[in-house]
Unconditional design. Structure first.
Length: 464
């Protein structure tokens, strides 16, 4: 009886290892060394994670196919390389400055390395270097252990990630609505439109103290309208202006209906009173959100706007780290949705931390994205691993070359408005270097050596 029990237990163990079945019956009686060799046949034997070390970091900066984006490549002593993107429009030096802090380190210690380099990031594009490096580290770790990045974050909540796409503007609301319909015809199930006072500049009686008007005190050589924070422009919108903006939304909803969620962005630079005026006026169109209608750092003003209207509010694409601004917005319930860009927020894990914190406070969570396909798919991993995730931005809908920059993944990347979560190790793709070469910024080389960034020339400690 005892012998039979042992046999059953052995078979159960072998079954759990994937060795059950008639075709593998002989393996059950093989020496333990052969059994272990069989069960570990898919393990990456070229990698010894504990002995991994970072040996180099280089950049390939591209444009045209996406916004100007520096691609980060980190090399290791075991031939495993990782990729990440510095955020669109950011300087490659934001990443290169970090190289001397990383050489010789084990890339698998992502959290420890993030704490070393995170002091050199900041809000907006200045978070791009730290964030791109963080993504490249996760890419290496996933490849070293043979698992997708989402698995390293604790697993996934979804097998595919829902996208929302931006839409280019038109001064004709009917042309604009037609463009939005084309997005729906492609399978997208969430949309965003840019709308704002720029559509009113040639219509008399719609804007007071407008950005192109002779009475705007900020139209001088030192600081123009676009460089002036919203509360200080003193721009106002008249009832005629509000009606004209609502006409765009009216035509839009008449075209696409109310089944599709639609958000709005780029309203203009004006203060909290005008923001409230707009938020109330557009309530009848049931917008998914109004994005960045004032700068993110004005927490109290955001709360005032949010509490004054039923139109959902959203901000966050320029905030660096949870403690850098998201925490305050979330705890104050100043907005309905937080909207980090993983390429600014601090990378994949920090973006998940932001989402988890928002979830604990009943706040919605989206992803902004406007860079290359590497960080686009890095964002997919963050989105898959975070419970309260809503939608990820896709900013390259109209450029088929976007996904040609990467290989090793099922294409098209976007199918019926969703992206499948990669199941291959790391972020899940490699670069198509021939295509990358086509889009290098003039004067740039493909991952040229960067020895000038090898040595630290500063004392980084922040305390005495």
């Amino acid at each position: 009886m005892k012998e039979q029990s042992n046999k059953n237990s052995r078979r159960g163990f072998m079954s759990k290892l994937g060795l059950g079945g008639l075709s593998l019956a002989g393996m059950a009686f093989a020496p333990i060394e052969q059994q272990l060799e069989y069960t570990t046949q898919k393990v990456n034997r070229n990698s010894s994670p504990s002995d991994l070390r970072i040996t180099d970091m280089r950049i390939a900066e591209i444009g045209e196919v996406v916004f100007r984006t520096p691609i980060v490549r980190i090399y290791t002593n075991q031939g495993i390389i990782g990729h990440g993107d510095v955020r669109d429009g950011a300087a490659k030096e934001y990443a290169l400055f970090l190289k001397s802090r990383l050489l010789g380190e084990n890339p698998c210690n992502v959290e420890r390395l993030f704490k070393i380099i995170s002091q050199f990031g900041h809000h907006g594009r200045q978070g791009g270097g730290v964030s791109g490096v963080e993504m490249a580290l996760w890419d290496i770790v996933g490849k070293a252990y043979g698992v997708p990045v989402y698995q390293l974050l604790g697993g996934k909540y979804r097998d595919k990630v829902r996208l929302y796409c931006d839409t280019t503007t038109s001064n004709d609301p009917h042309v604009y609505a037609k463009r939005m319909q084309e997005r729906i015809d492609k399978g997208y199930t969430a949309l965003k439109m840019d709308i704002g006072i720029k559509l009113l500049k040639d219509i008399p009686g719609t804007i007071i103290n407008g950005p192109d008007g002779k009475y705007n005190p900020y139209q001088h050589e030192f600081r123009g309208y676009n460089m002036t924070k919203h509360p200080f422009t003193r721009v106002q919108i008249t009832d005629k202006g509000i009606d004209k903006l609502c006409e765009f939304l009216d035509v839009m909803r008449a075209q696409i209906g109310y089944e599709i969620p639609m958000g709005t962005d780029h309203w203009g630079h004006f203060g909290v009173n005008e923001a409230i005026k707009i938020a109330r006026a557009v309530e009848k169109y049931n917008l998914a959100y109004i994005e960045d209608i004032i700068p993110w750092e004005y927490t109290d003003q955001w709360r005032e706007i949010t509490m004054s209207s039923t139109t959902p509010t959203q901000t966050g694409e320029d905030i660096y780290k949870l403690e850098g601004g998201f925490k305050e917005l979330i705890e104050a319930r100043a907005v309905d949705i937080v909207h980090p860009d993983p390429n600014t927020a601090g990378g994949i894990l920090e973006t998940k931390r932001i989402g988890d914190y928002a979830s604990s406070h009943g706040i919605g969570f989206m992803h902004h994205h406007a860079a290359g396909p590497i960080s686009f798919l890095g964002s997919v991993h963050s989105a898959a691993a975070t419970e309260n995730f809503m939608w990820l931005e896709h900013h390259a809908v109209d450029n088929p070359k976007f996904e040609e920059l990467v290989t090793g993944i099922e294409k098209p990347l976007v199918q019926d408005g969703y992206v499948k979560v990669p199941e291959t190790p790391g972020i899940g793709v490699e670069l198509n270097e021939e295509v990358v070469k086509e889009y290098l910024i003039k004067g740039e080389k493909l991952f040229a050596p960067t020895p000038e960034w090898d040595k630290i020339r500063a004392w980084d400690r922040l305390w005495s």
